[in-house]
Ligand binder design. Sequence first.
Ligand code: ZN
Length: 67
Amino acid sequence: MGETLAKKNISENCIICEQPKILGIHLYTSFICSDCEKDIVQTDTNDPKYEYYINQLKLVIKPEIYS
Ligand SMILES: [Zn+2]
């Protein structure tokens, strides 16, 4: 029983930093940790990092479309 309880600490892989995190938000079926969420908001749009974030987000928001 003790082991079952230990596994209750649910973490999910963040789509941005790809680390298992517990705190964060869900965007569609994906998970963004609160650290990355904060980072995205604070990053200047001119920062190359911002482009990376957006690219990662696009993967989540846009379903794969084959035309
Ligand atoms: Zn993250």
